[in-house]
Design a binder for this molecule. Structure first.
Ligand SMILES: *[C@@H]1O[C@H](CO)[C@@H](O)[C@H](O)[C@H]1NC(C)=O
Ligand SMILES: *[C@@H]1O[C@H](CO)[C@@H](O)[C@H](O)[C@H]1NC(C)=O
Ligand SMILES: *[C@@H]1O[C@H](CO)[C@@H](O)[C@H](O)[C@H]1NC(C)=O
Ligand SMILES: *[C@@H]1O[C@H](CO)[C@@H](O)[C@H](O)[C@H]1NC(C)=O
Ligand SMILES: *[C@@H]1O[C@H](CO)[C@@H](O)[C@H](O)[C@H]1NC(C)=O
Ligand SMILES: *[C@@H]1O[C@H](CO)[C@@H](O)[C@H](O)[C@H]1NC(C)=O
Ligand SMILES: *[C@@H]1O[C@H](CO)[C@@H](O)[C@H](O)[C@H]1NC(C)=O
Ligand SMILES: *[C@@H]1O[C@H](CO)[C@@H](O)[C@H](O)[C@H]1NC(C)=O
Ligand SMILES: CC(=O)N[C@H]1CO[C@H](CO)[C@@H](O)[C@@H]1O
Length: 625
């Protein structure tokens, strides 16, 4: 039975110290991330990065009735960014003819919502046709219409015109197997071109191109202090297909999209400006990455090729934080409605550039050197490891990533304890228990690869996080990764928050992140140390008059603890928030709320006992002075 005594000593780590004081100690911030919480409802809405004429180019779309559709490389496209359009040819027929989109594996139809629908159209050849396009939300199974609107179109329109309508369903659909359809009547023999469709439900805080409310509210409820963008490995597989900030801002019609690093097309409707607004709306800082001359496909640019890319990084940072009277990129931000700089302190130079090994030596030197000269108040994070190569100037911040087994996480709760306190600090930027099989971490579920976080994995992460909290004088931020996964189609599992077209499924690891983030404390209180290698770990912090004790038990047996508190006044009862479940329990789309934190009252005092259930995280809060 471990004895824990907590005491404040002169060297108590002052968490949340202000940067202005030059302090190196900051709290382990709650959760952040790297993924794409798109509110976009239509799949393949603008035929970005597809090959015209192929079936694949029509992904997400299907004809309605006898309409014939194809994607064409338009000789007069809607914009240079969007070269493809959808051509509808109406046969000699009566009745409504057109096409529909089935969304991202479904569309939620909610009668309390007003949807904004829009598209561009033109007639490739002038015609005398006048009539309506009926836009509708309808059942994919039987065509039942939940809501519709009419948009007048004219055959005289031979140049691109954007038209829009609002849709107010008169009833909610019972499931998400619904289509967004566009049909015309009486257009026998006509050919009509369409481009850049959009369908938006209400968004988080009403933002244009904003976030799906349910997903955004779930993430915001974690009380995250930062958000890593544009998302880990999504910086680029090749130089040509790298993420470029300037291709993601301004009108949607000017955003070309790109083939993202996980194999699917990114519309870039969620661009840099939307990301920064999202951070502001949640009250979190952006940790923003710049592409730094290395692509995950394996190529590094030579040093004498870096110049234009360093300039593009400078422009990107100016877009986020620059002075609009001194920088065109900052002036562009102001023109979009945000004259003040966004809240950015940390810039990450590349992503996982440890893969690039030696080229990071000159790339770090040139990027860090030029960016520090341009932005002396920002802090730059290196993405190689301290184990090498040797970088100069020596990084003050490193981004550390680890995907491992539940056991690895509790075995490594002391990972940072032995690190020197020499000015180098760490961002635990990606970590997750992804498998129970250390021999085949990236295998299939049969090999132990997890589809969803499990209670065993999440409590292992919690044990590791008590170590991050203990070392929060040098670990300045931490975030589980990846953040979001669509349960119908994703490139990676497990993910922190899962969702489908209709609902959000916060995982057991989500609740671990939330319990740590919402119970951060201001000061770390040293205590008897846990036993290295044990599955039982704890950490103790103070938040004003409250003492917050986190106990992670990642083992199969309950553990008894006795706490000894050195304070003169200690409340006789406190609050316990406990997340616990069976070893393999998960919150999936099939069992969404299998394991959630439960709050109860516990007896406390200067000396008190607590039993940490098997596979649990307990957060005990009590008043003490
Ligand atoms: C809904 O869309 C899907 C896929 O695009 C299509 O297969 C289905 O026929 C559509 N349903 C109706 C009623 O049009
Ligand atoms: C609901 O709206 C659809 C499309 O506008 C319409 O066809 C249908 O008659 C309406 N149903 C009711 C019950 O009002
Ligand atoms: C929908 O359109 C209305 C009216 O134009 C606008 O006020 C609102 O911001 C739009 N919603 C979104 C999510 O873009
Ligand atoms: C973005 O800027 C780069 C130069 O930094 C330029 O080469 C590229 O064409 C621009 N992309 C878009 C879509 O404007
Ligand atoms: C910037 O973000 C930090 C961390 O979340 C916060 O403490 C600070 O108040 C923010 N500053 C502004 C100007 O929003
Ligand atoms: C800026 O980058 C250029 C081009 O790579 C390089 O020659 C120069 O040394 C860098 N300047 C600083 C201050 O690092
Ligand atoms: C600080 O110590 C770590 C080892 O704990 C080492 O990897 C790093 O290079 C050191 N930083 C400096 C600036 O010496
Ligand atoms: C948990 O999952 C592992 C790996 O699939 C399996 O071997 C074990 O039997 C499961 N345990 C329980 C209690 O279901
Ligand atoms: C990287 C980051 O966002 N750090 C923040 C952690 O939380 C403290 C306190 O809220 C902030 O001051 C830091 O900016």
């Amino acid at each position: 039975m471990p004895q824990i005594s907590t005491f404040t000593i002169a060297s108590t780590l002052a968490l949340c110290a202000s940067y202005a004081l030059g302090a190196t100690t900051v709290v382990v911030n709650g959760t952040a991330s790297h993924a794409i919480p798109s509110t976009l409802f239509l799949q393949n809405r603008a035929f970005q990065k597809v090959t015209a004429g192929t079936d694949a180019a029509l992904s997400g779309w299907a004809p309605v009735n006898s309409g014939s559709i194809k994607v064409v490389a338009d000789s007069n496209p809607v914009s240079s960014a969007l070269p493809n359009s959808l051509q509808l040819t109406v046969p000699d027929a009566t009745g409504a003819v057109g096409f529909g989109n089935s969304g991202y594996f479904g569309i939620k139809v909610d009668s309390s919502w007003t949807y904004n629908a829009s598209f561009y159209y033109k007639f490739p050849t002038a015609s005398s046709f006048t009539g309506n396009v009926v836009v509708a939300l309808s059942s994919a199974a039987d065509g039942t219409v939940f809501g519709s609107a009419t948009i007048p179109i004219s055959g005289a329109q031979t140049t691109w015109k954007q038209v829009s309508a609002t849709l107010k369903p008169n009833s909610s659909a019972t499931d998400t197997a619904n289509n967004f359809t566009l049909t015309v009547e009486g257009a026998s023999g006509e050919t009509i071109s369409f481009a850049l469709f959009s369908l938006f439900p209400p968004t988080y805080k009403g933002r244009t191109n904003g976030m799906r409310i349910d997903i955004a509210e779930t993430l915001a409820s974690m009380k995250p202090a930062f958000f890593r963008l544009p998302g880990g490995n999504n910086l680029g597989q090749t130089t040509a297909t790298r993420w470029q900030w300037n291709a993601t801002v301004g009108p949607l019609v000017d955003r070309p999209g790109r083939v993202g690093d996980w194999g699917y097309v990114n519309t870039d409707g969620l661009g840099l400006y939307e990301y920064l607004e999202w951070c502001e709306d949640v009250g979190m800082e952006a940790i923003m990455a710049v592409w730094a001359g290395y692509s995950l496909g394996g190529t590094s640019l030579a040093e004498n090729e870096l110049g234009p890319y360093i300039q593009q990084a400078i422009d990107q940072i100016n877009f986020a934080v620059g002075d609009s009277s001194k920088s065109d990129a900052a002036a562009l931000r102001a023109s979009l409605g945000h004259p003040d700089p966004f809240n950015v302190t940390y810039i990450e130079i590349g992503n996982e550039d440890f893969f690039a090994s030696d080229s990071y030596v000159y790339r770090w030197r040139d990027f860090e050197g030029n960016l520090t000269a341009a932005f002396p108040n920002l802090r730059f994070i290196a993405t190689s490891y301290t184990s090498g190569p040797v970088l100069s100037p020596s990084p003050k911040q490193y981004d550390v990533h680890v995907y491992q087994t539940p056991e690895w996480f509790f075995d490594n709760a002391f990972y940072y304890d032995s690190f020197q306190r020499n000015g180098t600090t760490y961002f635990e930027g990606e970590y997750a228990a992804i498998s129970t099989n250390s021999g085949d971490l990236y295998g299939t579920p049969a090999d132990g690869r997890l589809l969803f976080p499990t209670v065993q994995g999440s409590t292992g992460e919690a044990a590791f996080m008590t170590g991050l909290e203990r070392n929060s004088d040098i670990v300045f931020a931490a975030s589980y990764a990846p953040l979001l996964g669509h349960v119908v189609s994703s490139q990676w599992t497990p993910n922190l928050v899962n969702f489908d077209a209709g609902a959000v499924y916060p995982s057991t690891s989500f609740y671990v992140q939330q319990l740590f983030s919402a119970n951060k404390g201001d000061e770390y209180l040293p205590s008897t140390l846990p036993t290295s290698g044990s599955s039982l770990h704890w950490s103790v912090v103070r938040a004003g008059q409250q003492i917050i004790i986190k106990v992670a038990n990642a083992g199969a047996d309950a553990s008894d603890l006795t706490f000894q508190l050195p304070f003169s006044t200690v409340a006789s009862s406190g609050m316990a928030q406990v997340l616990t479940g069976s070893v393999n329990a998960t919150n999936s789309n099939v069992t969404p709320n299998a394991v959630t934190p439960k709050t109860s009252t516990v007896s406390t005092g200067k000396n008190f006992d607590y039993t940490a259930p098997a596979y649990s995280l307990s957060v005990l809060t009590l008043d003490a002075q």
